[in-house]
Design a binder for this molecule. Structure first.
Ligand code: SF4
Ligand code: SF4
Length: 471
């Protein structure tokens, strides 16, 4: 499939497409008998483009939900910005209704609208996080070290929930008894002043989401998963070792776990007090976070421009995205390690755990760190802001002319939205991996390649980036 995919597909996909959304569907769904078109005339390519639309919308809906939680609905500007996103969600769902649209170009336009809404929602979320929690500061966070006390481990992306929890622990006078730790995409929490001020927010435990079965089983306190990604009991029997200590929040849920209802954290806090003290996390590691794009511009903006002009900073790499199990993503660690010393690495999302244990130091002859963690996946907009700011300052009209290389890991539908957001800004030459999304077909992939030069990683960093790594 696609020729460039790293993994050899075992066999060709047998179904040109599958659609069973309307009554006219063939028995068992259009496509299940090898039909190349649905009863309505929908082709496999259109069906897959509509899948892509709905996947982009899922990512958009997740970010929209977090933005909604932080927004002030009495503020007309907040309402206007949310409505712009809601309009795209509504219109795009309507677009995928039976017998609405059979035009390829208009499917692409709709995808670009979703991408533009993705840019807007990430900007909105970023502004609302800063308004609620302050501007992140570069911060070193103790990793895999927990003090002997009662402990709550929080995983997910919902920073507002973490604030409410810390507030409630403080209100109950328990800040010196219950310590709170982050896991996976909650790591950037440590950099926000309004979270950092809680002295019982102690450190980060574990890496990307999928190590939760090991980490949560070892953690003897309570655990909260407040957004994706959660591992269900069906996936690992180890989940049963901690399911009675696991709490979920809002839309997140697995059978056997308890739900935090109406932001009432007292049952979780009371439960934590009954459990043993945390033991067995005694590492001396540290990880760095807190390079929100506004922080980077504030701290290093002028210095970065000067370093580029003086030839001290030669290339910027964006190596980011979702982590997932398997060795295929070692490619991204290998790439980060191979990046020359006078190049800068920008990252975000949980894929950073593939290489954030490395001390990348500073760009030689400057005090600019070589490793910049923008934050969560929704902070990926920061890379775009940095690129456009640098391009403007250097008088470069086309941002694609900047010496920037992009390698993205994708796992789920937030990453699809981020990819659509980048494409909607006409960003080209992106590599994605470890393999191509299975819902694309040859036609769509060829279109993306011809229009955006989108490529799938080969598995060999020198084959993909040999020139840039040598420069
Ligand atoms: S929308 Fe078209 S392709 Fe889908 S089930 Fe109905 S007839 Fe078949
Ligand atoms: S970056 Fe992606 S894979 Fe990682 S926790 Fe966030 S949504 Fe899940």
């Amino acid at each position: 499939m696609f020729g460039l995919s790293r993994r050899k597909e075992k066999k060709n996909i047998e179904l040109p497409f599958l659609c069973w959304q309307c009554e006219m569907s063939a028995p068992n769904g259009c496509g299940t008998h090898g039909e190349e078109k649905g009863v309505c005339g929908k082709t496999g390519t259109k069906a897959r483009l509509q899948d892509l639309i709905t996947y982009g919308l899922r990512g958009l809906a997740a970010y929209r939900e977090h933005a909604r939680e932080l927004a002030d609905l009495d503020n007309p500007e907040d309402r206007k910005r949310l409505l712009e996103i809601d309009d795209v969600i509504g219109e795009s769902l309507y677009f995928t209704l039976t017998n609405v649209n059979f035009n390829f170009d208009e499917h692409i336009q709709q995808l670009m609208k979703i991408g533009q809404a993705g840019v807007k929602v990430m900007d909105l979320l970023s502004d609302l996080h800063v308004r609620a929690l302050g501007l992140p500061q570069p911060t070193e966070v103790p990793q895999n070290r927990a003090e002997k006390a009662k402990g709550i481990l929080v995983s997910g992306h919902n920073l507002l929930m973490l604030k409410k929890l810390l507030q409630r622990i403080e209100e109950r006078g328990l800040s010196d008894k219950i310590y709170v730790y982050t896991h996976s995409e909650m790591l950037p929490a440590h950099a926000y002043p309004e979270l950092k001020k809680y002295k019982n927010l102690k450190g980060n435990i574990g890496k990307a989401w999928f190590d939760q079965t090991e980490i949560f089983a070892k953690w003897k306190g309570t655990i909260v998963v407040n957004t994706n990604c959660i591992v269900p009991p069906e996936k690992s029997s180890k989940v049963n070792e901690y399911i009675d200590r696991l709490y979920t929040y809002k839309v997140v849920g697995v059978e056997g776990a308890k739900k935090i209802e109406n932001d009432n954290f007292d049952p979780l806090i009371d439960h934590t007090l009954q459990l043993p003290d945390i033991e067995g996390f005694e590492s001396n590691e540290k990880v760095k976070t807190g390079h929100h794009y506004l922080t980077v511009l504030d701290y290093y903006g002028e210095k970065i421009l000067k370093a580029i002009k003086e030839g001290k900073l030669k290339r910027i790499w964006v190596i980011a995205g979702c982590d997932a199990p398997g060795r295929a993503r070692n490619y991204f660690r290998e790439l980060a390690l191979a990046v020359p010393k006078d190049h800068l690495i920008i990252t975000s999302s949980c894929g950073k755990f593939r290489f954030n244990d490395v001390d990348f130091g500073f760009i030689p002859g400057t005090d600019i760190p070589r490793y910049i963690d923008l934050g969560q996946c929704n902070d990926s907009n920061g890379a775009v802001h940095l690129a456009f700011t640098v391009a403007k300052a250097l008088g470069i009209e086309d941002v694609n002319k900047l010496p920037v290389s992009i390698a993205l890991m994708w796992m789920e539908q937030k990453a699809i939205l981020i990819l659509l957001a980048l494409l909607s800004l006409s960003i080209k030459d992106i590599y994605i991996g470890p393999r191509a999304p299975q819902f694309l077909n040859e036609d769509i992939y060829n279109f993306l390649k011809e229009t955006f030069n989108l490529k799938v990683i080969s598995g060999d960093i020198y084959k993909d980036f040999g020139q840039e790594l040598a420069a």
